[in-house]
Design a protein around this ligand. Structure first.
Ligand code: HEM
Length: 519
């Protein structure tokens, strides 16, 4: 107020509100001008910007991929944007993403401070997903990976757990014969049960209303986090306290924390440090070990953020990919038939699928990979940030710039894919029908921040997908409109066929051993 009084003294006749507005505008213009000067030497080109809002209006909220493609056509594979006052560089095509995330990984592996997550995590440490690039992230990522390995990642025990869960899922779907139903949360429940087994040492029944509520919460939060309001709050953090849908994100977060608090309390009652049963037990052992270390990041509060990261990241992603897979089977029945022929040949009808089958099931493997490529469920990865000045594709990028790896642009890069905009399992098969993986296949991103759950997700995708297709045939309900050919990059398949995302099933008699599940 002192400052305003001085201004008022210098400009008599103007009221305080007018003076404040004039001052803010001048400040914004000067700040914007200084930023432009700072960036102009060899900075990636980009569209024009406006003070305060930057170039955000050049990017569609519903389909950023199309906007990025337009901008890429005009400015090239490495172009710049400005979201509010945040400088952003978008990397397009496999070559630019590899240069940015792999070759310059030491410079680009930080995460930006996203205001909505800053509030989201306040008091609970950084977790892993949005942790800054440094000791905390390194310690927690390493601990999570090695603990998940100890509890079965890549081992037979976890494989058997997934196969068992796939049977539960099949039973659930079978129980719906003759009734219309939506598979969304059952598949979520199945994938979430795998990560729950690793973190909490337990699974949840498909009728468990508590878990169902939590899965709905995660689903809602993910939609809200990608929505308009969250973007607005990230650009203008000061509106964070205003009412709006973004506040649900914080409320949902608290519900998840409360759920975890209960589970941790139960664990502590029967905790034996010599025999950790799951991730929570192992984390508590680590907390005990590090108790005497000053400023240790292994505390009970950080257990919440890390576990929630694994729980959230490990549920929706794999489940969404599986639902894309089912939708593609509905849309391409000839491909579904070929997958089933391979299943019948290699696995048969009685034995349960095993990971070892993968090497003799080139076509099924190709279909799963093509589902991931064409579905592109995390189209822009997670945002990165430069932790020091760097150079990507010959452009100078200053420290503190947000880097968006446009993963879809690599997954549809015409240099690597013969028919990038078609669902074509042939992309992963060579002339003699053997499975091959082009290097531009990066749905899990690349570099040090590559998805921590890649190995787990791959195990789950193969075992769940083959189990489902061993038991069922998926097709469009005779009375339903055919689900529209999906436009990928939209995240969830339900977004494409909302009205028809209900399955209906009826059983065919012998000699066909599969049930038909109708979309
Ligand atoms: C099909 C399934 C999945 C896909 C497509 C996927 C994709 C991704 C992508 C694109 C990233 C961002 C990488 C980057 O910043 O460049 C990521 C990060 C991450 N994912 Fe996944 N993910 C999947 C499943 C999982 C599962 C099952 C887990 C559970 C263990 C998981 C845990 C994580 C974590 C913890 C991170 C943050 C890594 C870090 O910042 O160091 N993901 N994932």
């Amino acid at each position: 107020m002192e400052f305003l009084t001085v201004l008022q003294f210098l400009s008599p006749g103007f009221d305080r509100v007018t003076l404040l507005a004039v001052f803010c505008t001048v400040f914004a213009l000067v700040f914007d001008f200084m930023k432009r000067r700072q960036k102009c030497i060899n900075y990636p080109p980009g569209p024009w910007t406006l003070p305060f809002i930057g170039s955000v209006f050049h990017v569609s909220n519903n389909n950023p991929y199309t906007s990025f493609e337009k901008l890429r056509g005009k400015y090239g594979n490495t172009f710049s944007l400005q979201f509010g006052w945040t400088d952003v560089v978008v990397l397009n095509g496999y070559e630019a993403i590899k240069d940015g995330l792999v070759k310059k990984s030491k410079d680009t592996s930080d995460r930006p401070t996203v205001p909505i997550y800053q509030r989201y995590f306040s008091g609970f440490g950084q977790g892993i997903v949005f942790a800054k690039y440094g000791q905390w992230w390194q310690d927690h990522r390493r601990f999570a990976l090695s603990t998940l390995k100890n509890f079965g990642l890549g081992k037979k025990s976890l494989e058997l757990r997934i196969v068992e869960e796939a049977s539960f899922l099949n039973n659930e779907l079978e129980a719906e014969i003759g009734h219309p139903f939506d598979p969304h949360f059952r598949i979520n429940n199945a994938t979430s049960n795998i990560i729950c087994s690793l973190i909490f040492g337990d699974r949840f029944d498909y009728q468990d209303t508590k878990l169902l509520h939590l899965l709905e919460i995660i689903d809602e939060s993910m939609l809200l986090e990608a929505g308009f309001w969250a973007k607005l709050v990230n650009m203008f953090p000061f509106i964070d306290g205003l009412p709006g849908p973004h506040r649900r994100i914080f409320q949902n977060r608290m519900k998840l924390v409360e759920f975890l608090q209960e589970i941790v309390a139960e664990h502590k009652e029967v905790w034996d440090p010599n025999e950790p049963r799951d991730f929570i037990d192992a984390f508590l052992v680590e907390c005990e070990k590090m108790k005497a270390t000053p400023n240790t990041s292994f505390t009970e509060t950080s257990l919440f953020s890390t576990s929630l990261d694994l729980f959230g990241a490990g549920t929706e992603t794999t489940s969404t990919t599986l639902r894309w897979g089912l939708l593609f089977m509905v849309l391409f029945p000839d491909i579904q038939e070929k997958v089933q022929e391979e299943i019948d040949q290699v696995i048969g009808t009685e034995r349960k699928p095993a990971l070892g089958d993968q090497k003799t099931m080139a076509f099924t493997n190709a279909v799963i990979h093509e589902t991931q490529r064409f579905g592109s469920i995390v189209p822009n990865s997670l945002p990165h940030e430069t932790s020091r000045d760097t150079e990507i594709m010959g452009f100078s990028i200053p420290k503190g710039t947000m880097v968006i790896p446009n993963l879809s642009s690599a997954l549809y890069d015409p240099k690597f894919w013969a028919k990038p905009h078609e669902f074509n399992p042939g992309h992963f098969l060579n002339d003699s029908g053997r499975f091959v993986k082009p290097e531009a296949f990066i749905p899990f991103s690349a570099g040090p921040r590559v998805c921590l759950g890649e190995q787990l997700a791959k195990m789950e995708l193969f075992l769940f997908f083959t189990s489902l297709l061993q038991r069922f045939t998926f097709s469009c309900r005779r009375t339903s409109p055919n689900p529209a050919t999906p436009a990928p990059n939209m995240g969830s398949p339900a977004a494409q066929c909302h009205s028809s995302s209900v399955f209906d099933s009826d059983k065919l008699g012998a000699p066909v051993h599969r049930c038909v599940l109708h979309y």
